[in-house]
Ligand binder design. Structure first.
Ligand SMILES: C[S@@+](CC[C@H](N)C(=O)[O-])C[C@H]1O[C@@H](n2cnc3c(N)ncnc32)[C@H](O)[C@@H]1O
Length: 264
C-alpha cells in the first residue's frame, strides 16, 4: 500500500479494543451484532448462489460468520478489506481453514480490485469516520455488479462532528486534556462522527452512476436489550447504546443510522 489516505481514523491502527471484540465475534464467542443481523435481513432478497461479497472496513470479518450462519449452502465468496495489518492479520488467522475467504489490506477510497469484481459490496460504520465519501462511493460502485449496502448516519441536513480524543479517555493517544486543542483551536486528535444529508449522499451516488436505484432505510432493526446489556456500554465513553426514546446514542450524540441500498 503506497498511499496512506488522509483520514481521522488512524487511531484504530493501534487500537486493540475493537480488534478483541471483533475477533471474539468472528470466532462465535461473542453474540452476533444487531447491525450484522440487519444486514442479513436487507440482503436476504438479493443474495444468490456463488455470489462474491466485498466487506469494506471488515475488522476481523465478523460479518462473514453471519453470512455463513444463514447461507452455508450458497458457496459465497467473501473478501474483507481493511487498511490495518492488525485487523487483517488476525482475520487471516481466524479464517485460515476457509477456502472461500480472502482478506486484503487496502482503503475503501481506492479498492484494489477491477471493475465489477463483486456481486455485492457492504460498507458498515466506515463512511461516518472518514473525511470524504466521494472516493469511497465511486469505488464501491465501480467494483460492484449488483448491490451496494452502506450503513451510516443520514439526516435531513449534514453535521460534521468531531469527538476530541485525549489520554484520559483514550489510551491510544498521548495528547493530554490540557493540550487537546492547538493554538488555532483545532483538535489535535479526533474522530469524526459525520452525519450526511440524504440529498448530498444521493447526489454523490448519482454523480458516479445516475442509473442506480437508491433506497434509504432507517435502522430500527435492532433489539434494544441486545445493545444495552453489553459491558462495554457501561465502560466506554464511545460505545453505542439506545436511549429512552429508542434512538442510538454515542455518549451525548444521537446517531441517525441508516442503510443505503443501491441497486444497479
Ligand atoms: C467502526 S469499524 C466497523 C467494522 C464493521 N464494518 C462493523 O460495522 O461492525 C470501522 C472499520 O473500518 C476500517 N476503516 C477505517 N478507515 C478505513 C478506510 N479508509 N477504508 C477501509 N476501511 C477503513 C477500520 O479499520 C475498522 O475496521
Amino acid at each position: 500500500m503506497k498511499k496512506k489516505f488522509q483520514q481521522c481514523y488512524d487511531i484504530s491502527e493501534k487500537n486493540k479494543t475493537y480488534l478483541k471484540t471483533s475477533s471474539n465475534r468472528s470466532k462465535g464467542i461473542f453474540p452476533e451484532m444487531e447491525v450484522a443481523k440487519a444486514h442479513m435481513k436487507i440482503l436476504n432478497n438479493h443474495i444468490k448462489k456463488n455470489d462474491s461479497i466485498l466487506d469494506a472496513g471488515c475488522l476481523t470479518g465478523h460479518f462473514y460468520r453471519s453470512f455463513l450462519k444463514r447461507y452455508k449452502d450458497l458457496n459465497l465468496k467473501y473478501t474483507g478489506l481493511d487498511p490495518w495489518s492488525l485487523h487483517i492479520n488476525e482475520a487471516k488467522k481466524i479464517w485460515k481453514e476457509d477456502k472461500n475467504v480472502k482478506f486484503i489490506k487496502g482503503w475503501v477510497q481506492k479498492i484494489p480490485f477491477k471493475k465489477n469484481s463483486f456481486d455485492i459490496s457492504i460498507c458498515s460504520n466506515v463512511l461516518t469516520h472518514i473525511p470524504s465519501i466521494e472516493d469511497p462511493i465511486r469505488e464501491l460502485l465501480r467494483v460492484t455488479r449488483r448491490v451496494v449496502l452502506i450503513r451510516t448516519p443520514i439526516h435531513k441536513i449534514s453535521y460534521r462532528i468531531q469527538m476530541v480524543l485525549n489520554s484520559k479517555w483514550f489510551k491510544y493517544t498521548k495528547v493530554k486534556p490540557k493540550d487537546e486543542f492547538d493554538k488555532k483551536g483545532n483538535p489535535r486528535v479526533y474522530e469524526y462522527f459525520d452525519v450526511h444529508s440524504k440529498d448530498y449522499f444521493e447526489s454523490v451516488i448519482k454523480k458516479f452512476d445516475k442509473n442506480v436505484k437508491v433506497k434509504f432505510i432507517k435502522d430500527n432493526f435492532y433489539d434494544k436489550k441486545n445493545i444495552n446489556y453489553k459491558k462495554e456500554v457501561k465502560q466506554k465513553i464511545n460505545a453505542t447504546r439506545v436511549n429512552s426514546e429508542g434512538e442510538q446514542v454515542t455518549d451525548l450524540l444521537i446517531i441517525p443510522n441508516h442503510f443505503v441500498l443501491i441497486k444497479k
